[in-house]
Design a protein around this ligand. Structure first.
Ligand code: SF4
Ligand code: SF4
Length: 155
């Protein structure tokens, strides 16, 4: 099992009071109807609905901002659980297409939003140095280590 899949301790979640402070603190829950970290804990850990949670597209709306666990009265590592679930979901192929494209772009260019050719022209006109291109070999090595090559079938 990878380190990323081992970021949470199941026992810790059995202390959850279902008080919903996490959901009340979650910026995503404010804008994505139905998204609730409290509900995910309940379904994934306590009700055993792992398959349903892993297939949910809403899962990917978590920004791993950690607000939930910072305010949890038991300091339960909720974003660790969400990271774990997202890793498992990605291994099953449940990865949003926008995220796949972003990772591919990073593998190819080193940037999630590549600078257009015009950027260098404008920089030159302004007397600035050209933008330094990231070392994509290093980025690919990180992706390989994280298992992304396998998940996304990167060239
Ligand atoms: S804030 Fe903590 S204890 Fe309360 S529901 Fe969320 S995880 Fe459970
Ligand atoms: S880590 Fe995810 S679930 Fe927790 S508050 Fe941030 S967006 Fe919400």
């Amino acid at each position: 099992m990878s380190k990323a899949l081992d970021l949470y301790d199941r026992q810790e979640f059995l202390q959850c009071l279902q008080c919903a402070v996490c959901t009340g603190s979650c910026p995503t829950a404010r804008v994505v109807p139905g998204f609730s970290p409290r509900d995910i804990i309940l379904r994934y850990i306590l009700f055993g609905e792992q398959d349903e949670v892993l297939e949910s597209p809403d899962l990917w709306t978590c920004t791993t901002c950690h607000a939930c666990q910072e305010r949890c009265p038991h300091e339960i590592c909720i974003s660790g659980l969400l990271t774990h679930i997202m890793n498992l979901a990605a291994r099953r192929g449940n990865l949003p297409s926008a995220l796949k494209s972003g990772v591919r772009l990073m593998a190819e260019t080193g940037w999630s939003v590549p600078a257009p050719p015009r950027a260098d022209r404008v920089r030159e006109e302004l007397g600035l140095k050209p933008l330094k291109r990231p070392d994509t070999e290093e980025i690919r090595a990180i992706f390989r280590e994280a298992g992304l090559d396998e998940i996304l079938d990167l060239p």
